[in-house]
Design a protein around this ligand. Structure first.
Ligand SMILES: Cc1cc2nc3c(=O)[nH]c(=O)nc-3n(C[C@H](O)[C@H](O)[C@H](O)COP(=O)(O)O)c2cc1C
Length: 214
């Protein structure tokens, strides 16, 4: 059956209410809201230990001031450190860094420095005391603006926290600026899909252009 656009309408649906379960072998939520950019977040603990971890519940939320945020689905070191120091750095994950990024998601005690664990180089930042990943071609230095305790529709705590930060300094490898424009298509970004292991890489083949209607 065609809809108003002439395109077919989907009528055979698997529908569910998440609180009652999805009824599928794997929760499709992550695979649907995806692929997602990865917030590769560096922080420093109050004691000075460096920390680095990936967060795919991550995105940008505003231009001026530039705001980004990541959600920790429980009390994790990145959240604790950002809360304690008011600072974090976002590092871009590219295809050559995928395996190192994956190493940094290991559940290790807070005294373990994931830069060392993954063999990455901490490079001093300009405006915050948290280093960036030297091997990453783009980094945003951030100051925490809000830490929001997330909740469900009934007001009950989700046990997750959204850490928001203002981007106070930006570093971009010059080779990714072509005539002054950031070359997303050739920067080798990777994105997180669903399931235990799905990632996507993007390149010029995936680029298409569409301007807003006037
Ligand atoms: C690609 C990727 C994305 C992830 N996204 C999230 C996320 O959005 N939220 C979260 O709480 N954990 C996420 N994790 C798991 C954390 O990285 C993991 O729990 C890590 O140990 C947290 O480190 P921390 O305690 O040093 O902050 C993700 C892991 C990977 C590999």
């Amino acid at each position: 059956m065609a809809g108003a656009t002439g395109l077919p309408l989907f009528t055979a649906l698997h529908s569910y209410e998440p609180r009652a379960g999805h009824g599928l072998p794997h929760d499709p939520f992550n695979a649907i809201v995806g692929p997602r950019p990865i917030g590769w977040v560096s922080t420093r603990s109050a004691e000075g230990v460096l920390n680095l971890a990936p967060y795919s519940f991550f995105n940008a939320f505003n231009y001026t001031p530039p705001l980004i945020g990541f959600s920790s689905t429980s009390e994790k070191d990145s959240l604790r450190n950002a809360r304690a120091t008011g600072e974090f750095v976002w590092n871009l994950v590219t295809r050559p860094l995928a395996e190192a990024m994956n190493t940094t998601c290991m559940a290790v005690p807070p005294e373990v420095d994931e830069f060392q664990l993954a063999g990455l180089t901490p490079v001093a930042s300009q405006c915050v005391a948290v280093p960036r990943v030297g091997e990453s071609p783009v980094a945003f230095e951030c100051k925490v603006t809000q830490i929001i305790a997330l909740q469900g529709a009934d007001g009950s705590p989700a046990g997750a926290w959204l850490t928001m930060g203002e981007v106070v300094a930006v570093h971009i490898a010059r080779e990714l600026l072509v005539d002054g424009l950031y070359d997303t298509a050739n920067a080798q970004h990777i994105l997180r899909g669903g399931g235990p292991a799905d990632y996507f890489s993007i390149g010029p083949e995936q680029l298409f252009k569409m301007h807003r209607p006037r």
